[in-house]
Design a protein around this ligand. Structure first.
Ligand SMILES: Cc1ncc(COP(=O)(O)O)c(C=O)c1O
Length: 398
Protein backbone atom coordinates (compact mmCIF):
# COMPACT_ATOMS: atom_id res chain seq x y z
CA UNK A 1 0.00 0.00 0.00
CA UNK A 2 1.56 3.37 -0.97
CA UNK A 3 2.09 5.65 2.03
CA UNK A 4 -0.32 8.57 2.04
CA UNK A 5 0.67 11.96 3.37
CA UNK A 6 -1.73 12.92 6.14
CA UNK A 7 -3.43 16.25 5.56
CA UNK A 8 -2.50 18.92 8.04
CA UNK A 9 -5.64 20.62 9.30
CA UNK A 10 -5.04 24.33 9.78
CA UNK A 11 -5.99 25.60 13.23
CA UNK A 12 -7.18 29.17 13.60
CA UNK A 13 -5.23 31.15 16.14
CA UNK A 14 -7.21 32.93 18.86
CA UNK A 15 -8.54 36.33 17.90
CA UNK A 16 -6.50 37.97 20.64
CA UNK A 17 -3.32 36.77 18.96
CA UNK A 18 -4.47 38.23 15.66
CA UNK A 19 -5.36 41.49 17.43
CA UNK A 20 -1.74 42.07 18.51
CA UNK A 21 -0.13 45.09 16.88
CA UNK A 22 2.05 44.12 13.87
CA UNK A 23 5.69 43.30 14.64
CA UNK A 24 7.43 46.19 12.96
CA UNK A 25 11.01 45.06 13.47
CA UNK A 26 10.55 42.03 11.21
CA UNK A 27 12.29 43.72 8.25
CA UNK A 28 15.36 44.59 10.35
CA UNK A 29 15.41 41.04 11.78
CA UNK A 30 15.28 39.61 8.25
CA UNK A 31 18.14 41.82 7.04
CA UNK A 32 20.17 41.00 10.15
CA UNK A 33 19.76 37.24 9.61
CA UNK A 34 20.71 37.56 5.95
CA UNK A 35 23.90 39.52 6.79
CA UNK A 36 24.84 37.05 9.56
CA UNK A 37 24.29 34.10 7.20
CA UNK A 38 26.61 35.84 4.74
CA UNK A 39 29.29 35.91 7.48
CA UNK A 40 29.17 39.69 8.08
CA UNK A 41 30.81 41.15 11.20
CA UNK A 42 27.79 42.95 12.64
CA UNK A 43 27.96 45.51 15.44
CA UNK A 44 24.62 45.02 17.13
CA UNK A 45 23.36 48.18 18.80
CA UNK A 46 19.83 46.85 18.53
CA UNK A 47 19.47 44.56 21.52
CA UNK A 48 18.67 46.03 24.94
CA UNK A 49 20.33 43.17 26.81
CA UNK A 50 23.38 43.91 29.02
CA UNK A 51 26.60 42.33 27.71
CA UNK A 52 28.33 42.41 31.13
CA UNK A 53 28.23 39.49 33.59
CA UNK A 54 26.07 39.29 36.70
CA UNK A 55 28.17 40.42 39.72
CA UNK A 56 30.18 37.52 41.18
CA UNK A 57 28.61 37.90 44.65
CA UNK A 58 25.16 37.28 43.14
CA UNK A 59 26.35 34.22 41.20
CA UNK A 60 27.95 32.92 44.41
CA UNK A 61 24.69 33.42 46.32
CA UNK A 62 22.85 31.38 43.68
CA UNK A 63 25.45 28.57 43.94
CA UNK A 64 24.89 28.39 47.69
CA UNK A 65 21.11 28.57 47.41
CA UNK A 66 20.77 25.94 44.73
CA UNK A 67 22.60 23.44 46.95
CA UNK A 68 19.83 23.75 49.53
CA UNK A 69 17.00 21.31 48.73
CA UNK A 70 14.63 23.70 50.49
CA UNK A 71 14.83 25.88 47.36
CA UNK A 72 13.80 23.03 45.04
CA UNK A 73 10.12 23.00 45.89
CA UNK A 74 7.38 25.34 44.68
CA UNK A 75 8.13 28.83 45.92
CA UNK A 76 5.40 30.89 47.60
CA UNK A 77 3.44 32.79 44.93
CA UNK A 78 4.13 36.19 46.45
CA UNK A 79 7.83 35.53 46.78
CA UNK A 80 9.96 34.16 49.62
CA UNK A 81 9.97 36.43 52.70
CA UNK A 82 13.73 37.10 52.38
CA UNK A 83 13.29 38.43 48.83
CA UNK A 84 10.36 40.68 49.72
CA UNK A 85 12.22 41.95 52.79
CA UNK A 86 15.27 42.76 50.62
CA UNK A 87 13.01 44.57 48.12
CA UNK A 88 11.53 46.66 50.94
CA UNK A 89 15.02 47.43 52.28
CA UNK A 90 16.14 48.48 48.77
CA UNK A 91 13.11 50.78 48.39
CA UNK A 92 13.87 52.36 51.73
CA UNK A 93 17.60 52.88 51.25
CA UNK A 94 17.41 53.94 47.61
CA UNK A 95 14.17 56.00 47.52
CA UNK A 96 13.26 56.58 51.18
CA UNK A 97 10.00 54.67 50.52
CA UNK A 98 8.65 52.54 53.37
CA UNK A 99 6.85 49.44 52.11
CA UNK A 100 5.47 46.48 54.04
CA UNK A 101 6.97 43.32 52.46
CA UNK A 102 3.81 41.34 53.23
CA UNK A 103 1.23 43.76 51.85
CA UNK A 104 2.91 46.03 49.31
CA UNK A 105 5.40 43.76 47.51
CA UNK A 106 5.04 40.92 45.01
CA UNK A 107 7.90 38.92 43.45
CA UNK A 108 7.78 38.59 39.67
CA UNK A 109 9.49 36.47 37.02
CA UNK A 110 10.87 39.64 35.40
CA UNK A 111 8.93 42.88 35.29
CA UNK A 112 7.45 41.76 31.93
CA UNK A 113 5.58 39.09 33.92
CA UNK A 114 3.84 41.77 35.99
CA UNK A 115 3.41 44.28 33.16
CA UNK A 116 1.80 41.74 30.82
CA UNK A 117 -0.49 40.20 33.49
CA UNK A 118 -1.67 43.34 35.27
CA UNK A 119 -4.48 44.13 32.76
CA UNK A 120 -5.92 40.63 33.30
CA UNK A 121 -6.35 41.61 36.94
CA UNK A 122 -7.75 45.12 36.52
CA UNK A 123 -9.22 45.63 33.07
CA UNK A 124 -12.42 44.48 31.34
CA UNK A 125 -13.13 44.07 27.61
CA UNK A 126 -13.90 47.46 26.10
CA UNK A 127 -11.91 49.40 28.71
CA UNK A 128 -9.06 51.61 27.57
CA UNK A 129 -5.43 51.37 28.67
CA UNK A 130 -3.33 54.51 28.16
CA UNK A 131 0.11 53.60 26.80
CA UNK A 132 3.12 55.76 25.98
CA UNK A 133 3.76 56.15 22.24
CA UNK A 134 6.60 55.35 21.51
CA UNK A 135 6.88 52.75 24.26
CA UNK A 136 7.76 49.25 25.40
CA UNK A 137 5.29 47.10 23.37
CA UNK A 138 4.12 44.93 26.31
CA UNK A 139 1.92 47.74 27.71
CA UNK A 140 -0.22 47.48 24.57
CA UNK A 141 -0.08 43.70 24.10
CA UNK A 142 -1.09 43.14 27.74
CA UNK A 143 -4.13 45.36 27.17
CA UNK A 144 -5.04 43.46 23.98
CA UNK A 145 -4.86 40.10 25.79
CA UNK A 146 -7.33 41.45 28.34
CA UNK A 147 -9.71 42.50 25.54
CA UNK A 148 -9.05 46.20 26.19
CA UNK A 149 -8.08 48.97 23.76
CA UNK A 150 -4.57 50.34 24.06
CA UNK A 151 -4.87 54.11 23.57
CA UNK A 152 -1.56 55.77 22.62
CA UNK A 153 -0.39 58.83 24.55
CA UNK A 154 2.06 60.58 22.20
CA UNK A 155 5.45 61.42 23.71
CA UNK A 156 6.96 64.46 21.97
CA UNK A 157 10.47 65.92 22.14
CA UNK A 158 9.16 69.41 22.95
CA UNK A 159 7.52 68.02 26.11
CA UNK A 160 10.63 66.07 27.21
CA UNK A 161 9.11 62.86 25.80
CA UNK A 162 6.44 62.96 28.53
CA UNK A 163 2.72 62.46 27.85
CA UNK A 164 0.37 65.42 27.97
CA UNK A 165 -2.38 64.09 30.25
CA UNK A 166 -4.49 67.20 29.69
CA UNK A 167 -4.50 66.42 25.97
CA UNK A 168 -6.09 62.98 26.45
CA UNK A 169 -9.47 62.75 24.77
CA UNK A 170 -12.30 62.97 27.36
CA UNK A 171 -13.92 59.72 26.18
CA UNK A 172 -10.59 57.84 26.34
CA UNK A 173 -9.98 59.24 29.84
CA UNK A 174 -13.45 58.08 30.90
CA UNK A 175 -12.89 54.53 29.52
CA UNK A 176 -9.32 54.26 30.83
CA UNK A 177 -8.53 51.91 33.71
CA UNK A 178 -4.71 51.94 33.56
CA UNK A 179 -2.13 54.56 32.61
CA UNK A 180 1.46 53.42 31.92
CA UNK A 181 4.51 55.61 32.43
CA UNK A 182 8.14 54.56 32.05
CA UNK A 183 11.04 56.72 33.26
CA UNK A 184 13.94 56.32 32.61
CA UNK A 185 12.25 55.78 29.27
CA UNK A 186 12.72 53.15 26.61
CA UNK A 187 13.28 54.12 23.79
CA UNK A 188 13.81 57.88 24.24
CA UNK A 189 16.17 57.88 27.24
CA UNK A 190 14.06 60.63 28.87
CA UNK A 191 13.73 60.92 32.64
CA UNK A 192 10.98 62.41 34.82
CA UNK A 193 10.84 64.12 38.19
CA UNK A 194 8.44 63.73 41.11
CA UNK A 195 6.50 66.81 39.93
CA UNK A 196 5.58 64.92 36.75
CA UNK A 197 4.60 61.90 38.84
CA UNK A 198 2.45 64.13 41.06
CA UNK A 199 0.61 65.61 38.04
CA UNK A 200 0.09 62.14 36.56
CA UNK A 201 -1.34 60.83 39.84
CA UNK A 202 -3.68 63.84 40.00
CA UNK A 203 -4.97 63.14 36.46
CA UNK A 204 -5.39 59.46 37.37
CA UNK A 205 -7.31 60.35 40.55
CA UNK A 206 -9.68 62.68 38.62
CA UNK A 207 -10.44 59.90 36.16
CA UNK A 208 -10.45 56.79 38.36
CA UNK A 209 -7.38 55.39 36.63
CA UNK A 210 -4.64 53.20 38.14
CA UNK A 211 -1.15 54.65 37.53
CA UNK A 212 1.39 51.99 36.55
CA UNK A 213 5.06 53.03 36.62
CA UNK A 214 7.77 50.96 34.96
CA UNK A 215 11.17 51.59 36.59
CA UNK A 216 13.09 48.80 34.83
CA UNK A 217 16.02 51.22 34.21
CA UNK A 218 15.99 53.09 37.54
CA UNK A 219 19.55 52.07 38.49
CA UNK A 220 21.22 52.80 35.15
CA UNK A 221 21.83 56.52 35.51
CA UNK A 222 24.58 59.10 35.00
CA UNK A 223 23.38 62.16 36.93
CA UNK A 224 20.80 62.33 39.72
CA UNK A 225 19.26 58.97 40.66
CA UNK A 226 15.82 58.71 38.99
CA UNK A 227 12.93 58.90 41.51
CA UNK A 228 10.21 56.41 42.35
CA UNK A 229 6.53 57.23 41.77
CA UNK A 230 6.12 56.61 45.50
CA UNK A 231 8.31 59.65 46.22
CA UNK A 232 5.76 61.98 44.59
CA UNK A 233 4.19 64.42 47.06
CA UNK A 234 1.02 62.88 48.49
CA UNK A 235 1.68 59.37 47.13
CA UNK A 236 0.66 56.85 49.78
CA UNK A 237 1.14 53.11 49.39
CA UNK A 238 -2.06 52.38 51.32
CA UNK A 239 -4.27 54.91 49.55
CA UNK A 240 -3.00 55.89 46.11
CA UNK A 241 -4.23 53.58 43.31
CA UNK A 242 -0.85 52.89 41.76
CA UNK A 243 1.69 50.15 41.23
CA UNK A 244 5.35 50.33 40.28
CA UNK A 245 7.52 47.70 38.62
CA UNK A 246 11.19 47.17 39.49
CA UNK A 247 13.51 44.75 37.78
CA UNK A 248 16.85 43.16 38.63
CA UNK A 249 17.46 42.53 34.91
CA UNK A 250 19.29 45.70 33.90
CA UNK A 251 20.62 46.81 37.31
CA UNK A 252 22.50 43.57 37.99
CA UNK A 253 22.88 42.21 34.43
CA UNK A 254 20.38 39.46 35.22
CA UNK A 255 18.02 39.48 32.22
CA UNK A 256 18.10 35.68 31.91
CA UNK A 257 17.42 35.04 35.59
CA UNK A 258 13.84 36.39 35.47
CA UNK A 259 13.43 38.13 38.78
CA UNK A 260 11.74 41.43 39.62
CA UNK A 261 9.08 42.83 41.93
CA UNK A 262 6.06 45.10 42.07
CA UNK A 263 5.36 47.60 44.85
CA UNK A 264 1.84 48.95 45.09
CA UNK A 265 -1.40 49.43 46.96
CA UNK A 266 -2.32 46.13 48.67
CA UNK A 267 -5.56 45.53 46.72
CA UNK A 268 -3.70 45.92 43.40
CA UNK A 269 -0.89 43.64 44.57
CA UNK A 270 -3.52 41.08 45.67
CA UNK A 271 -5.27 41.26 42.27
CA UNK A 272 -2.02 40.73 40.34
CA UNK A 273 -1.05 37.88 42.71
CA UNK A 274 -4.43 36.22 42.05
CA UNK A 275 -3.83 36.26 38.28
CA UNK A 276 -0.29 34.98 38.67
CA UNK A 277 -1.45 32.15 40.94
CA UNK A 278 -3.27 30.81 37.88
CA UNK A 279 -0.28 31.19 35.56
CA UNK A 280 2.90 30.20 37.37
CA UNK A 281 4.05 28.66 40.62
CA UNK A 282 6.48 31.25 41.87
CA UNK A 283 10.01 32.32 40.93
CA UNK A 284 12.69 29.65 41.67
CA UNK A 285 13.51 30.21 45.34
CA UNK A 286 17.27 29.94 44.73
CA UNK A 287 17.03 32.79 42.21
CA UNK A 288 15.05 34.81 44.76
CA UNK A 289 17.71 34.22 47.43
CA UNK A 290 20.41 35.43 45.04
CA UNK A 291 18.13 38.31 44.01
CA UNK A 292 17.75 39.28 47.66
CA UNK A 293 21.54 39.38 47.98
CA UNK A 294 21.72 41.60 44.87
CA UNK A 295 19.10 44.02 46.21
CA UNK A 296 20.75 44.21 49.63
CA UNK A 297 24.03 45.17 47.96
CA UNK A 298 22.71 47.43 45.18
CA UNK A 299 25.45 49.96 46.03
CA UNK A 300 28.28 47.38 45.80
CA UNK A 301 31.18 48.65 43.63
CA UNK A 302 30.67 45.79 41.14
CA UNK A 303 27.17 47.15 40.53
CA UNK A 304 27.92 50.87 40.48
CA UNK A 305 30.96 50.33 38.20
CA UNK A 306 28.56 49.32 35.43
CA UNK A 307 27.22 52.86 35.32
CA UNK A 308 30.69 54.18 34.49
CA UNK A 309 31.03 51.63 31.71
CA UNK A 310 27.72 52.77 30.19
CA UNK A 311 28.68 56.41 30.68
CA UNK A 312 31.89 55.96 28.62
CA UNK A 313 29.92 54.14 25.93
CA UNK A 314 27.21 56.80 25.92
CA UNK A 315 29.77 59.59 25.53
CA UNK A 316 31.54 57.73 22.69
CA UNK A 317 28.26 57.12 20.86
CA UNK A 318 26.67 60.54 21.35
CA UNK A 319 29.77 62.48 20.34
CA UNK A 320 30.34 60.11 17.41
CA UNK A 321 26.76 60.44 16.16
CA UNK A 322 26.83 64.22 16.47
CA UNK A 323 30.11 64.33 14.51
CA UNK A 324 28.46 62.54 11.59
CA UNK A 325 25.39 64.78 11.57
CA UNK A 326 22.85 62.89 13.73
CA UNK A 327 21.12 65.02 16.35
CA UNK A 328 21.36 63.05 19.62
CA UNK A 329 20.65 63.98 23.23
CA UNK A 330 22.95 62.42 25.81
CA UNK A 331 20.55 60.41 28.01
CA UNK A 332 20.94 60.99 31.75
CA UNK A 333 19.71 57.45 32.45
CA UNK A 334 18.98 54.11 30.79
CA UNK A 335 21.19 52.48 28.18
CA UNK A 336 19.63 53.76 24.97
CA UNK A 337 20.62 56.67 22.78
CA UNK A 338 17.68 58.08 20.82
CA UNK A 339 18.87 60.02 17.81
CA UNK A 340 17.55 61.67 14.66
CA UNK A 341 18.39 60.27 11.26
CA UNK A 342 20.57 62.61 9.19
CA UNK A 343 18.76 64.95 6.78
CA UNK A 344 15.35 63.76 7.95
CA UNK A 345 15.78 60.37 6.27
CA UNK A 346 13.07 57.80 7.05
CA UNK A 347 14.32 55.61 9.92
CA UNK A 348 13.44 52.28 8.35
CA UNK A 349 15.38 53.18 5.18
CA UNK A 350 18.28 54.60 7.22
CA UNK A 351 18.53 51.58 9.56
CA UNK A 352 18.29 49.16 6.61
CA UNK A 353 21.16 51.02 4.89
CA UNK A 354 23.27 51.04 8.09
CA UNK A 355 22.81 47.30 8.39
CA UNK A 356 23.38 46.53 4.76
CA UNK A 357 26.23 48.90 3.99
CA UNK A 358 27.92 49.32 7.41
CA UNK A 359 27.00 46.14 9.30
CA UNK A 360 25.62 48.21 12.19
CA UNK A 361 22.28 47.20 13.71
CA UNK A 362 20.07 50.11 14.84
CA UNK A 363 16.37 50.08 15.67
CA UNK A 364 14.14 52.35 13.55
CA UNK A 365 11.89 54.75 15.46
CA UNK A 366 9.06 53.94 13.04
CA UNK A 367 8.97 50.48 14.65
CA UNK A 368 7.95 52.11 17.93
CA UNK A 369 5.52 54.74 16.69
CA UNK A 370 4.12 56.30 13.52
CA UNK A 371 5.23 59.74 14.71
CA UNK A 372 8.90 58.87 15.43
CA UNK A 373 9.76 57.88 11.87
CA UNK A 374 12.83 60.17 11.80
CA UNK A 375 14.39 58.68 14.93
CA UNK A 376 16.40 55.58 15.71
CA UNK A 377 17.49 53.82 18.90
CA UNK A 378 20.99 52.54 19.66
CA UNK A 379 21.72 50.42 22.74
CA UNK A 380 24.92 50.85 24.77
CA UNK A 381 25.36 47.11 25.20
CA UNK A 382 28.67 46.68 23.32
CA UNK A 383 32.21 47.75 24.30
CA UNK A 384 33.21 51.41 23.74
CA UNK A 385 35.79 50.35 21.11
CA UNK A 386 33.09 48.61 19.11
CA UNK A 387 30.89 51.69 19.45
CA UNK A 388 33.71 53.85 18.03
CA UNK A 389 34.12 51.33 15.23
CA UNK A 390 30.37 51.47 14.58
CA UNK A 391 30.52 55.26 14.29
CA UNK A 392 33.44 55.04 11.83
CA UNK A 393 31.43 52.65 9.70
CA UNK A 394 28.31 54.84 9.91
CA UNK A 395 30.34 57.85 8.77
CA UNK A 396 30.73 56.11 5.41
CA UNK A 397 26.98 55.65 5.08
CA UNK A 398 25.52 59.01 6.08
C1 LIG B 1 10.86 49.55 29.49
C2 LIG B 1 11.01 48.10 29.84
N1 LIG B 1 10.25 47.61 30.82
C3 LIG B 1 10.32 46.32 31.18
C4 LIG B 1 11.18 45.46 30.54
C5 LIG B 1 11.17 44.01 30.96
O1 LIG B 1 12.32 43.63 31.62
P1 LIG B 1 12.36 42.34 32.54
O2 LIG B 1 11.15 41.51 32.22
O3 LIG B 1 13.62 41.64 32.17
O4 LIG B 1 12.33 42.81 33.96
C6 LIG B 1 11.99 45.92 29.50
C7 LIG B 1 12.89 45.00 28.80
O5 LIG B 1 13.56 45.28 27.87
C8 LIG B 1 11.90 47.28 29.14
O6 LIG B 1 12.65 47.80 28.16
Amino acid sequence: MPATTPTVQPIDHAQRLRALPPYLFAEIDRLKRARLDAGADLIDLGVGDPDRPTPAFVVEALRDAVGDPGTHRYAPGRGIPAFRAAAAEFLHRRFGVTADPDRHILALAGSKDGISHLPLALVNPGDAVLVPDPGYPVYASGAVFAGADPVPMPLRPGAGWRPDCDGIDADDARRARLLWINYPNNPTGATADTGFFERTLAFAARNGVVTCADLAYSEVYFDDPPPSLWQAPGADLDRTPAIEFHSLSKTFNMTGWRVAFAVGRPDLIDALAAVKDCHDSGVFAAVQRAGAEALRRFDHPDVTATREVYRARRDALVSGLRAIGCEADAPSAGFFVWARCPRGEDSMAFCARCLDEAGVVLIPGSGFSAHTGEWFRAALTVEADRIRQAVERLARVV
